[in-house]
Design a protein around this ligand. Sequence first.
Ligand code: 4AD
Ligand code: MG
Length: 452
Amino acid sequence: PTTLRVSEAVSGAGLDTNIKVQGWVRSVRPQKTHLFLHVNDGSSLQPLQIVASSELNNPSLTFGCAVEVTGTLKRSPHQKQPVELEAHQIQVVGECDPVDFPFKIKERHSLEYLRQFPHLRCRTNAFSSLLRVRSEATTAIQSYFKKNGFVQIHTPVITSNDCEGAGELFQVEPSSPESNEDENFFSVPAFLTVSGQLHLEVMSGALSKVFTFGPTFRAENSQSRRHLAEFYMVEAEVSFTESLEDLTKVVEDVFRSATEHVLAHCPEDVDLFHKHVTPGHRETVDSMMKKRFPMISYTEAIDILNRSSEKFAFPTNWGCDLQTEHEKYLVKHCGNIPVFVTDYPYDLKPFYARDNQDHPEHTAAAVDLLVPGVGELCGGSLREERLDLLRARLEEAGLEETYSWYLDLRRFGSVPHGGFGLGFERYLQCILGVENIKDVIPFPRFSHSCLL
Ligand code: 4AD
Ligand code: MG
């Protein structure tokens, strides 16, 4: 027999022939003369129905066990599934004790419950669907950049710079230093990267349009529903860019093309979330896809917040950082669709942000994208390409020497450029309607938790 993936068999490949499938049992329904099983191998949400004579039943055939089934693939007489496998042979490859197995047949476990079993939760429908969506979204994002002339750069995980200057670094040292204990392994302090931006800026100085998509790390002592210590970031950098609109167009296009791809390529997986996890979320996604994302300035945003009758835990005034509660309010105010907020106070932004010298208030050409349910999804800016201004700001921060190589980029063929970083897990939260970021990454890392 030919071995088929369950997704192939379900879609009718190998109809009326002898085939073999391998997977895990998702349901067992013994009846008088026949035994009905559902088997899934993770290739799609839909399981394959197996029909066997009761003689093929045996006590180790339980929910969760691994099986290999051979038989003839037939068109099904039932509406529910297009095909079924008439089994000649069922072999239990690996048993699964139903008493100890943490998931029970026919029970819908909460995402919070599943989180206790990072090594087993992929066996559930919800988490396999999430993983397939995550994989498709990754493909879609990479192909967007490829289609639009960006070169993918593998930025380093270990680095000696703190791009964001927020001091949220994890330091990297060998677990058992061999020689001189006072000396750093790399001779300088080294850290896990918080962002690949500065490395991308190097490359955009030759390749013009570049992107990276990899893990980034922040020692954020936060138990929030949108922060992780390790998360994936999509970052792009574009040379010869003079306006924030050039950047926001790329951000919006990435968002739309990835979302369209996911809705088209894994509709059942997305539906599982939209129907069972966050009922009604589909309307939110549809309305996000219908309208262009509006753009307001930080100053307008503060006016909106100041005028609102909402009681915020953090009061607002010009110059304050926007908190999650403010971001969520602004999204609602704009019709519950993503909104770009531009031109933040200069002092709130890192050294690389471009000074808006022509504005009445002292602002930087920076932009955030705020989205329903999550708040900040993406942050970007034009970068300060003018040598004198950049040097002055680095000098002020005592960083001129550390970033002498960064100043070189402005000395040798500097061009106006800009870029952004989009949090991949927050993107998944936004399109699936998942409240907690820990439920959209295979193995979440956060303070006091590094299971497995
Ligand atoms: O706003 P951030 O800190 O921007 C940067 O790091 C820039 N250097 C990116 C760039 O311009 N190339 O982070 C970008 C995005 C945030 O908007 C958020 O979506 C996500 O990364 N993010 C996190 N996601 C999960 N857990 C965390 N701790 C995150 N911190 C940031
Ligand atoms: Mg930010």
